[in-house]
Design a protein around this ligand. Structure first.
Ligand SMILES: Nc1ncnc2c1ncn2[C@@H]1O[C@H](COP(=O)(O)OP(=O)(O)OP(=O)(O)O)[C@@H](O)[C@H]1O
Ligand SMILES: [Mg+2]
Length: 235
């Protein structure tokens, strides 16, 4: 479903992504881990067509991200690290705006908006201006816009950051449910989340792959995922 080959991204003299390759199978939730600045967000932005790569190849849902970015965008729901919310719009109007961009019209649009409002527990803020929402609610609106249109691939950059414990549980349950029908790349610094949701994990470190393995192998012999992460990302 996702195939990344030798992806490189340079920002002037900084190599943020330095030849990354990995695959994600249909229906898989891939844990995408790495220390701050490792290149996770940069890679995810490239996979959604939000930013060009310097070189390399990426196929998402059967389409080349660089040659057919519109086809890719249509099939990918993206929760960016900082969701681009328009502070003057209320929650519903914002979701309507995103739904229109995604080509949803009429009854389908209305149903989808109601579906994501329910899925992300946004009922109580549907008429509130986004600029007035708390951080956790803004995060949930970001997740809701990613789910609009029920795209087959979801790329979620730290989806539970800033959420209260109740919402963390609910969003994780939601991701678990989505995993049945969707392919997900999930970046997070909360390792319990990875243990709950992912069978396979990619760890990036300084723009390179430090591990691409099953959770089972990464925690073999009773080692914690934290310890494995630490050992692989110290050099
Ligand atoms: N627009 C940009 N211009 C210049 N350098 C950038 C830009 N965006 C990211 N970088 C650099 O690229 C590297 C990778 O950043 P990236 O945001 O992908 O890391 P990350 O793994 O998502 O980290 P975090 O866990 O902190 O979110 C960092 O050194 C960062 O400073
Ligand atoms: Mg990041």
């Amino acid at each position: 479903m996702i195939e990344v080959t030798n992806l490189v991204k340079r920002y002037r003299d900084l190599v943020a992504v330095d030849g990354i390759s990995f695959k994600v199978e249909k229906g898989e939730v891939l844990g995408f881990l790495g220390p701050n600045g490792a290149g996770k967000t940069t890679t995810m932005r490239i996979l959604t067509g939000a930013s060009p790569a310097t070189s390399g190849k990426a196929l998402v849902a059967g389409f080349d991200v660089f040659e057919q970015p519109l086809e890719v965008k249509r099939r990918v729901g993206y929760l960016p690290e900082q969701p681009p919310l328009y502070d003057d719009l209320d929650t519903r109007s914002y979701l309507q705006f995103v739904a229109r961009i995604k080509g949803l019209r009429g009854e389908k649009q209305k149903n989808e908006i109601e579906r994501v409002i329910a899925a992300c527990n946004l009922e109580s803020v549907r008429r509130r201006r986004l600029g007035e929402l708390s951080k956790g609610f803004r995060q949930r609106v970001g997740l809701a816009q990613a789910l609009l249109g029920d795209p087959e691939v979801l790329i979620l950059d730290e989806p539970t950051i800033g959420l209260d414990p109740n919402q963390i549980v609910e969003v994780r349950t939601l991701i678990q449910k989505l995993a049945e029908k969707h392919t997900v790349i999930l970046s997070t610094h909360y390792l319990p989340e990875v243990i709950q949701l992912c069978k396979r994990v990619v760890i990036v470190h300084r723009g390179r792959i430090a591990a691409n393995d099953t959770l089972e192998n990464l925690t073999a012999g009773g080692r914690s995922l934290e310890q494995t992460f630490y050992d692989l990302t110290q050099q």
